[in-house]
Every structure is written in C-alpha cells, then in structure tokens.
Design a protein around this ligand. Structure first.
Ligand code: PRP
Length: 174
C-alpha cells in the first residue's frame, strides 16, 4: 500500500487559509457572494475557509469528477450534481482543492459563465501547473505543488486519505 508523506503541514495550511480569507473578505465584504464548492475534494478547504471569512455568504456545491479509480485523470468530466442556486447577476466564487489539467474548472466556468453571473472567480488551495492542459485563471491561490500524487485535507486516492489533516504526497512503497 502506498504511504502518505507530509508535504504541507496543517499549521501552514491554517495560516494560508486565514490569509486567503482576509483577502476574500476585503474583496467580497459587501457583495454577498455565492461560494460554489467542487465536490468531493473541496469540502474540507471550503468548510475551513467560510468559518475564517466571517462575512455573509451563500454556499452551493457541484459534483464533478474526472478521475476514475486510478491515479491518472480520464480527461472526461462527469457532472453528477449541478448548481441549483440562481446565479444570474450574483458574484460567484468557485472553491477548488486542486487545479491539475484545468479541465474540471474549465468545464464548470464555461457552464456557469453562460448563466451570466455578475462575476466569476476561482479560489483554489493547490495548483499543479506542470500538468496544465487548458488555461484557467486562478484568482486566489494557496500553494503551488509539484507533479506528485497529492492526498489529504479532502483529496483522495481511490476514496482513501481524504481525512488526513495535512496535505501529503503519496509515495510508492518499495
Ligand atoms: C480532482 C480534484 C479537482 C480535479 C482537478 O477531483 O478534486 O476537482 O480532480 O483535476 P483537473 O484539473 O485535471 O480537472 P476528482 O475528479 O478526483 O473528484 P473528487 O474531488 O471527488 O475526488
């Protein structure tokens, strides 16, 4: 079984989430934004972030999936649950755990953009630019990570390790 090694410890994550929340509070204070989390991976980050934000927000979730049960993205995005909240004329902030190829975010932004929100921005905890296939603008970023398989703090491998409190790298056991 592969073994997780800590890449970003929980203390650093907590500090970064607080910094992001400060920045977002300044930008969204009077905008009553809708935060849309991309399930499942973003649920831990989003729940920490909204509690640090401490301004009125609405939340919704979308469930998209690009990985099967392996370590490589299938490249095909499946929509399992769409956004029901009306977003026309509203300020929308998408919350993601990691941007890898960019296909998930591109798919979501294309579909949300057609619904004419007042603004549409992206906040992601992690960015893995080495794997990018399509260009996506990241408005708020936590950390840039290397091209390794990342688990923990909501991220999984085959539905395992989401519960780990640190961001970890999955290393193959020799
Ligand atoms: C992961 C991750 C992102 C997406 C990023 O989700 O949570 O949503 O992949 O990859 P991309 O930039 O290459 O599209 P996954 O499809 O594994 O689903 P999950 O969040 O339910 O684990």
């Amino acid at each position: 079984m592969d073994k997780p090694r800590v890449l970003i410890p929980r203390g650093e994550i907590e500090k970064k989430v607080a910094e992001l929340a400060d920045e977002l509070r300044r930008d969204y204070q009077d905008k009553h934004p809708i935060l849309i989390g991309i399930l499942k991976g973003s649920f831990v980050f989003m729940s920490d972030l909204i509690r640090k934000l401490n301004i009125p927000v609405e939340i919704d979730f979308v469930r998209l999936s690009s990985y099967g049960s392996g370590k490589e993205t299938s490249g095909k995005i499946k929509l399992a649950q769409g956004v029901k909240t009306p977003i026309r004329g509203r300020h929308v902030l998408v919350i993601e755990d990691i941007v890898d190829t960019g296909l998930t975010v591109r798919f979501l932004f294309d579909s949300l953009g057609r619904r004419k929100p007042a603004s549409l921005k992206l906040c992601t905890l992690l960015d893995k630019p080495s794997r990018r296939v399509v260009d996506v603008p990241i408005d708020y970023l936590g950390f840039t990570v290397p091209d390794a398989f990342i688990v923990g703090y909501g991220l999984d491998f085959d539905e395992k390790f989401r519960y780990l409190p640190d961001v970890c790298v999955l290393e193959e056991q020799k």
